[in-house]
Design a protein around this ligand. Structure first.
Ligand SMILES: CC(C)(COP(=O)(O)OP(=O)(O)OC[C@H]1O[C@@H](n2cnc3c(N)ncnc32)[C@H](O)[C@@H]1OP(=O)(O)O)[C@@H](O)C(=O)NCCC(=O)NCCS
Length: 202
């Protein structure tokens, strides 16, 4: 249940928000994990995961635009476990478990992308990243977390509902689907109780 502080792995180019505000939370398993700010150097690895996780993945351009805009974007890295070589262990002995990209607004944070690499799904990592995002967002005095999910994305909707998000709207034809087709987005939000209040856990 140990976690390495994000600053351990931070490069000098890392924006201050990423070093200062991401928590040293307990991990969902015995694996040691850490957050590392996403940079353009990571985009090949991120794009590989995107392709395996989505029917309509973000392009590297989506990520680089977000980075250029200064949006919070972090990787969740875990120490490789024995026998995991086939899942893409990095030279530093860690594996890319997942990542998220968010967009801060006025008193709210919009979750733009949260992805767990298929080999590491159903181990609590998305919940772990949401915990970290909630923690960081509270530090920004945000009152709400917002997101959209494909209506057909049952795993994502189950995750968010289980976490406490409520559906607050529908965006018609928001996502590309099959050829010349579009899919609706479910809009969901989560109120962020002040630290110490009951409700969403810190
Ligand atoms: C959705 C996603 C992020 C969930 O990541 P994850 O690490 O597997 O989720 P967790 O292990 O933290 O699951 C937390 C809870 O969410 C729900 N959940 C997650 N995946 C689920 C699935 N495939 N089916 C049903 N419920 C699911 C469960 O309630 C789960 O709790 P439980 O395992 O105790 O039952 C992951 O499936 C993913 O990356 N999918 C592709 C990308 C994507 O769709 N991102 C979201 C875009 S809106």
């Amino acid at each position: 249940m140990t976690t390495t502080a994000v600053s351990t792995f931070a490069s000098p180019a890392v924006p201050a928000w990423a070093v200062q505000h991401w928590p040293e939370a307990a991990s969902a398993s015995q694996r040691r994990v850490s957050f590392e700010p996403m940079t353009t150097a990571h985009l090949d690895a991120v794009a590989e995961v995107e392709k395996t996780a989505y029917t309509h993945p973000w392009s590297p351009r989506h990520f680089s635009d977000s980075l250029q805009s200064g949006y919070p974007a972090v990787l969740l890295l875990g120490e490789a476990l024995p026998g995991e070589a086939e899942h893409g262990v990095r030279p530093d002995g860690r594996v890319l478990l997942g990542y998220l990209v968010a967009m801060p607004g006025v008193e709210e944070v919009h979750l733009l992308n949260i992805t767990v690499a298929p080999a590491h799904q159903r181990q609590g990592w998305a919940r772990f990243m949401l915990d970290a995002l909630v923690h960081w967002s509270r530090g920004q005095q945000a009152q709400w977390l917002w997101l959209e999910a494909r209506q057909s994305n049952a795993p994502a909707r189950a995750l968010y509902e289980r976490y406490g998000f409520k559906q607050v709207g529908l965006r018609r034809g928001y996502y590309p689907a099959g050829q010349f087709q579009r899919e609706d987005a479910v809009v969901m939000s989560l109120p962020l109780a002040p630290v110490g209040a009951s409700g969403v856990k810190a």
